[in-house]
Design a binder for this molecule. Sequence first.
Ligand SMILES: *Cc1c(COP(=O)(O)O)cnc(C)c1O
Length: 958
Amino acid sequence: MTHTLEQLSDSGNFQQRHIGPGPQDTATMLAKLGYSDLDALIKDTVPAAILRESLPLPAGLSEVDALAELRAIAAKNQCAKSFIGMGYYDTITPNVILRNVLENPGWYTAYTPYQPEIAQGRLEALLNFQQMVIDLTGLDLANASLLDEATAAAEAMAMCKRSARKNKSDVFFVDAHCHPQTIAVLNTRAEALGLEVVVGDVFADLDQQECFGLLVQYPQTDGRVRDLRELCSAAQQKDCMTVVAADIMSLVLLTPPGEQGADIVVGSAQRFGVPMGLGGPHAAFFATRDKYKRSVPGRIIGVSVDSRGKPALRMAMQTREQHIRREKATSNICTSQALLAIMAVFYAIYHGPEGLGRIARRINRQAAVFAQGLQQLGYTCTDSFFDTITVDAGSRSQAIADAAEAQGINLRRGSQTLGVSFDETSSSDDIRALWALFAPEGSTLPELSDVDAQLAPLSSIPADLQRHSAILDHPVFNSYHSETEMLRYMNRLERRDIALNHSMIALGSCTMKLNATAEMIPVTWPEFGRIHPFAPKQQIAGYLQLIDELEAQLVACTGYDKFSMQPNAGSQGEYAGLLAIRRYHESRGDHQRDICLIPSSAHGTNPASAAMASMRVVIVDCDKLGNVDIDDLRNKAEQHSEQLAALMVTYPSTHGVFEEGIREICDIIHQHGGQVYVDGANMNALVGLAAPGHFGADVSHLNLHKTFCIPHGGGGPGMGPIGVKAHLAPFLPNHPVQPIDGLNTDNDTVSAATYGSASILPISWMYIRMMGGAGLRRATEIAILNANYVAKRLGDHYPVLYTGRNGRVAHECIIDLRPLKESSGITEEDIAKRLMDYGFHAPTMSFPVPGTLMIEPTESESLRELDRFCEAMISIRREIARVEAGQLPADNNPLVNAPHTQDDVIASDWTRPYSREEATWPVASLREGKYWPTVNRIDNVYGDRNLICSCPPIESYR
Ligand SMILES: *Cc1c(COP(=O)(O)O)cnc(C)c1O
């Protein structure tokens, strides 16, 4: 019995909440594997050469204490009123969306919709997002989000280069009036690709500049709105593609770039209800013309049909993506910003075209009233703008900006100018306060109601740039304007999907662990949300402390010396890490080092990122046990010794084993002057047990949305910070607008914001703070135990493909289904779909080995849930046995017909050679709560052949 206050206290409890199996279950599982304690299992699994003693982090805090500590940190941020603009605006997240999407695990814990039959809800939401972008930009086709506006512009540049085949120029011509962070990201990207960015006056100088593409900002970063028609046609005549970075709110009122001849339109959907959050996460959008559809980067949602001929949604054209095309992929984008795209489109659905029109007109009118008043005060302003005025305040600029800041008002500072951008939250009081700040000594302030009464509507938008085409006329944007209707629509979609609030999602390599509520709560605190990424440094003291502390935590976990939080997905971390390696070699005069060795088992983003860093990829073989073939590695390192830049290796391997030779592998690379990049996606098998920075690696990205509890959001957000050893630290990315102390300002820039998607960093901070060093180590041990338990239970029924020393797997295991295909014709896809009938999301399918499933249970799943999953898999194996034995026809059985829908079993003409019960209640526990897939198996080929990536045409609703 426990008695003392200390013993009865709550602290340490979080660990028990995060980790699924309790002491009893842990003992049961260990016994099944033949171990008496966890230590013995770990010693048998993790190579002794890398096993560390302990994780040097303080003990964990309770949820209450950790939240209190974070509250105090958050309080050091100041929520000033932001008029800075530059692509980031304060916004009002409708409460019904805040609570039911952003704060709802039904939405935020979902996985990327690779299994579309159990993801129709978020696929519909993302299709709506695409439709919204198509409407607003005036183009034919849009993707389902990219990471931020600046990287979307960089993706557009790369797409122009791919598409403008006749044009031999290597120059991308960028208008000087683009946002500076966009220009910085373009410069970095271009340099690495061997392209050249020329920044200048695109409108004046296009005829003298050879270029394959150009970029203009609409409205310009200084607020001016310019007609694009002549520019677009001049560009077209010289085979140069036009990219427009547009403000989404302005497009409600402005003639869309697509109608003016633009080829690609990119931008950020942030101000549609997504908090600024010091720069992210937000959804970027990307739209283009139909003829370029096969080269669009990122994920596109398409309409197909299911096996009953019903319309059904899926991700289209996946053959363009990195996991298929590898270094030839259209881009390295994997995780994008699904959850934020969904929030943005729900904002549009909730407000509808009229509501959005009202919001946009109000913003525009505030800017116009403000500008008019300024003119009365003696200033001159541009006469053509949407929401941003750049004021020439001459020598008074700094004094005005300082006075504003003292009142909690942030203006955009130029050397002689001040920028003022209005948003949905701006008020008449704000306008009066601004006038007072700008007013020269002794002048009389304008009377707001008088100015307002005198202004003609939309007077600041030239007549031929006013929008005439309708937006958002599909029913979905015109049906859910009451809160009740909105709530039910969102809930209807949510119920179509399997997320972690339903059952375990054992996605190998993706680490779908608990995203604890206490970790999520701070994300929606205004002290984190309402912060502009370019706010003065003294206003973000809380954020800077949080980032410093998280860095120290991650340093402890990885053994690296320094971190950059800039990359906002794993793919971006890979890119940033490879750039750091390149810069390091260059700093030593090794300009020729451009070979990147990559094992054949690597994730597709690895070669895709290497290609973006202009490295040449050389594949290293794997042996029969799934390990890197060290002889082959040695040969290739020797052969390319002079040119060797790096090895990219995942550890433990994507085959789910701890390779014994990892230290030797690192040594070989270093002997030949190369650097070792360890892909940190599998850190969930390492935290507390081994550190890449200790066993020879030079740089890694961490997927905070895998190992460190940021939820997957149905395909994003994510964070991919990189850790480096000290010698690479000088080459970490920096930022032109909000630079990092101690880093050269000329360094690369890989994201629009200095700290990437900073507002989700509290999730990882909370996780580490609540788990503590011992808790994190325990989590890793249990992740390994859970995987070995599943491997053991399933091993009697399906061959486990790779194991390490002593027959142990790491934190995931691959089961081989190819023999079953031989004996029964049943494929991995049939099994994946059949799992849906059992209420489960399939594990990773056919990666890294075709014809297999990769199962990663994570530490968060309890023994009970592991058993439910194993029982489902074993029951499926029995069904396959009946096919093998000829008791069920190979072409008509519960596997090939899976998943089963209510349409199937309600049909009066059930003629299948198995019963309705066998179809839908194959195990008794399903009667307690059955998930029903809403569509039957989806035809992938049909969807790609008949590509439709927008809502059905309006006529079809009539
Ligand atoms: C998830 C993953 C990546 C890519 O990370 P994103 O965050 O999706 O960009 C890279 N490598 C491996 C092994 C992964 O599992």
